[in-house]
Design a binder for this molecule. Structure first.
Ligand SMILES: Cc1cc2nc3c(=O)[nH]c(=O)nc-3n(C[C@H](O)[C@H](O)[C@H](O)COP(=O)(O)OP(=O)(O)OC[C@H]3O[C@@H](n4cnc5c(N)ncnc54)[C@H](O)[C@@H]3O)c2cc1C
Length: 479
């Protein structure tokens, strides 16, 4: 796809302004009328690392652990006070560590995603924090496997594992800019209550979900914003058994709940009672708690039709709308038998969307690749889940993701992992899922560390070296 095609492929488009520190006024500012204040230049303290990972969420946790385990002096910059990202805030269950085998006679069930993501889940399960890998017993046309997590335990475990790997974890720290040397990132600007600092490194991985680092560095991106926004809450004082009995269940999966096997851990349904008016898809690992109840806003769901996640003012209005919506949902849940005293015990710190910015990478995975079960000569992972299709993976229920899909186009030392890659909407319905993002994180973190070791650009890394390191790190490759 050439640049014009890429730019034309979605509604809202942008080419990020270079970091102000490198290029002066941003394009955004050039467009804005009105008054400007010229910020005086100031000296910032410099910290030096081999690898900096921006964003400690779904992909970033795994990327930073992988980089540190390669021996790289690694820093992780995370804006919130905990690690784990959307796994702990927005998603319902982790999809999926396995291939889609059921539609294909003769194809065996295979665990495709292993390595660090598998290690995280094994440890979390021992802590009592997962449903185990739960096969869908009814509904959902992909015949797949999902895994529900205890989100608070996930926050604790992910941070613990980062500490164990020796990652320099900076929480409550915003990545606020990039210091460029031509097409190479020299450093990133980190802002926290400890002040404004510069983190220099050889290699960088953008795992911010919305491509904040890539956009600061001047990478090309689009802004599809083509899903509703969502704030999900945890609802306590719910009798999950009676709740399920009172619904017409269109979908459910069974697994571990409050330590007992064979319990419903993910379900979707509408109330049998008339007038309740809600359609829930939710997960749980506890008998009296719904881990995720989503309040959608934006687009068809909302008074606000026009917004982008990069538009602060629109997002602020929608945050208020989402909080109102949540309390309406609580009122409805209270009318369900066994839920009279239900209340919101947790909510996400901010709205989430399945994709805001999509960053242009050297290769853009397509629907044909995903549905055709394509493998590449630089595969860094195998994956086998898609939101709406049993026919993923052309007969084997899986496909490969190439290293070049993680290299941010036009930037010499930046990799990307997570929901910000893949512009094709239908392909993104696969690559953005949590377990794919985690596996991408291991690939990107490993590659970044190898690049920094030999002082190479991301395009100079020899694939056999990366492949060997990934396999040593427990990654399963199908080709
Ligand atoms: C509503 C919803 C439902 C979903 N349901 C499912 C599901 O059922 N199953 C499934 O598998 N997937 C689901 N997904 C998809 C999946 O959860 C996400 O695509 C995936 O978790 C994204 O991972 P990520 O690492 O790209 O981003 P995140 O997990 O969001 O991590 C990004 C991290 O970067 C940090 N960050 C961002 N900007 C900055 C900055 N400037 N400085 C410092 N830190 C920063 C954030 O705080 C965050 O911790 C869902 C997604 C949404 C939104």
């Amino acid at each position: 796809m050439n640049r014009r095609d890429f730019l034309g492929s979605t509604a809202a488009v942008g080419i990020a302004a270079y970091a102000e520190s490198a290029m002066g006024k941003s394009e955004e500012q050039e467009k804005q009328p009105g008054e400007f204040y010229e910020e005086p230049a100031r000296q910032l303290p410099v910290r030096k690392f081999d690898v900096v990972v921006a964003g400690g969420g779904t992909a970033g946790v795994v990327a930073a652990i992988a980089a540190a385990r390669q021996g790289a002096n690694t820093a992780l910059i995370e804006a919130k006070g905990y690690t784990g990202g959307i796994i702990t805030e927005g998603g319902t269950a982790l999809h999926s560590f396995f291939n889609v085998w059921k539609p294909y006679p003769g194809v065996k069930k295979v665990q495709l995603v292993r390595g660090i993501p598998h290690e995280i889940i094994e440890r979390l399960t021992k802590m009592g924090g997962t449903s185990g890998h739960a096969e869908l017993a009814k509904g959902y046309d992909h015949d797949s496997v999902c895994l529900a997590v205890d989100v608070e335990m996930y926050k604790l475990l992910s941070h613990t594992m980062l500490d164990e790997a020796g990652v320099y974890v900076c929480l409550n720290t915003l990545l606020a800019g990039a210091v460029m040397e031509g097409r190479r990132i020299k450093g990133v600007i980190a802002e926290s209550r400890s002040g404004r600092e510069v983190f220099y490194a050889q290699s960088f991985v953008d795992c911010t979900g919305y491509g904040d680092l890539a956009s600061h560095a001047g990478a090309e991106y689009t802004e599809p914003n083509d899903y509703p926004l969502c704030n999900s809450m945890g609802v306590a004082n719910v009798d999950v058994e009676s709740f399920c009995e009172s619904l017409h269940l269109s979908q459910y999966a069974e697994g571990l709940r409050s330590g007992k096997e064979g319990q419903i851990v993910r379900f979707q349904g509408t109330p049998k009672a008339e007038g309740v008016g809600m359609r829930l898809v939710t997960t749980t690992v506890h008998d009296d708690y719904l881990m995720f109840v989503k309040a959608n806003v934006g687009g068809a769901w909302s008074k606000e039709k026009s917004w982008r996640v990069t538009d602060r003012d629109a997002m602020t209005k929608l945050e208020l709308e989402a909080r109102r919506h949540q309390q309406e949902l609580i009122a409805r849940i209270r009318t369900v038998p066994g839920c009279k005293t239900a209340f919101a015990a947790r909510s996400s710190p901010s709205l989430n969307i399945r994709r805001g910015r999509v960053i242009k990478c050297d290769y853009d995975v397509s629907q044909k690749d995903v549905f055709g079960g394509r493998h590449f000569d630089d595969d860094v992972m195998a994956y086998g889940f898609h939101d709406h299709s049993r026919k993923i993976g052309g007969g084997g229920g899986s496909f490969g993701l190439p290293y070049r899909a993680l290299r941010v186009a036009g930037i010499e030392n930046l990799l990307a992992a997570g929901m910000m890659i893949t512009s094709d909407y239908k392909a993104h319905m696969s690559t953005r899922n949590t377990v794919s993002c985690m596996a991408q994180g291991q690939a990107a973190g490993t590659a970044a560390a190898l690049c920094s070791k030999d002082n190479r650009q991301t395009r100079e890394l020899q694939y056999p070296i990366l492949r060997k390191a990934l396999i040593q790190g427990g990654v399963y490759l199908e080709s």
